[in-house]
Design a protein around this ligand. Sequence first.
Ligand code: SAM
Ligand code: SF4
Ligand code: SF4
Length: 334
Amino acid sequence: MNDRYQRPLHDLRISVIDRCNFRCVYCMPKEVYGQAFQFLPRAELLTFEEITRIATVFARLGVKKIRLTGGEPLIRRDIEHLVAQLAAIPGIDDIAMTTNGSLLTLEKATQLRAAGLKRITVSLDALDETIFQAINDVGYPAARVLQAIDHAAAAGLNPVKVNMVVKRGVNESQIIPMAEYFRGTGHVLRFIEYMDVGTLNGWRLDDVVSAEEILTVIDRQFPLEPLPPRQPGEVARRFRYRDGRGEIGLIASVTQPFCRHCNRARLAADGQLYTCLFNGTGHDLKALVRSGASDEELADTIRQIWTVRQDRYSELRTQETRNLPKVEMFRMGG
Ligand code: SAM
Ligand code: SF4
Ligand code: SF4
């Protein structure tokens, strides 16, 4: 099943909750998401059964890979039960999760792995405690995220990917320390260009440290060479250290957009379906499910949405597009 630009539907990102225990300045700035902010009430969240049912229909339509995200996915209680349900869907061959790591104990990592989670990405933007705690804005220590990465590895979720969003004037000083720390560990550090997701992070093009710049900085210290993509349209450009001490990824969503190959749909915690990270409106699958629609009707709806999809926001991005109405990333699922 292809969209208007011949892109197949292959990946489904599922946000399981809009809440988070961090207030990262580029995602959920504290001034906006303070005590008074109303997150989704429980009854508005899709249940595990509803998520599994929708994912099963997606699998029939060609989805092979699922990533659980949020908000912070590990805040959702018993999330490993959802992993187990998703792992049992015929056609789903890869289940991954993106997490801030704060709730990733060794026990949790082990349960997730046993339930069928194949891969995990832990976000960490700095090793320096002052810088990291200023970014997450709740004083959460980088040292504890490093422990979470160790727990994931000990539970067999290898290689662990580590996501670092680089924002100018905030954490570019951490590029080399992060590269140095993760070299030789078997974990894959991925540098992500700071994006104009949502409407509230005050994004400016000047704040973006380009993948090219990151590459130059690292290569000067630790020489790199490119690796071929594992599959066509892979989001991260891969490089390996010439001395054999592992690889890194660069995700140049702003300076080298990859819309051409974008094969992802996003299911938000409230059951809205989005076909692009930068959509301003979604399609209400929860209403459909709760009104008693059959699997066939659900499949028809998704087919109608995907086959007319024309999203390519990042290819069209300008300083002005940041002001378009967009759903916030923690709600849609990053
Ligand atoms: N809470 C989890 C976490 O932080 O890993 C999962 C959700 S979070 C929205 C998913 C990923 O999006 C994280 O790696 C985060 O760093 C990244 N992200 C959030 N805001 C971003 C932005 N403005 N530009 C680029 N990446 C961003
Ligand atoms: Fe929470 Fe992840 Fe957003 Fe940070 S990036 S506020 S950890 S959802
Ligand atoms: Fe896909 Fe939209 Fe990102 Fe382009 S901007 S890669 S279409 S999610």
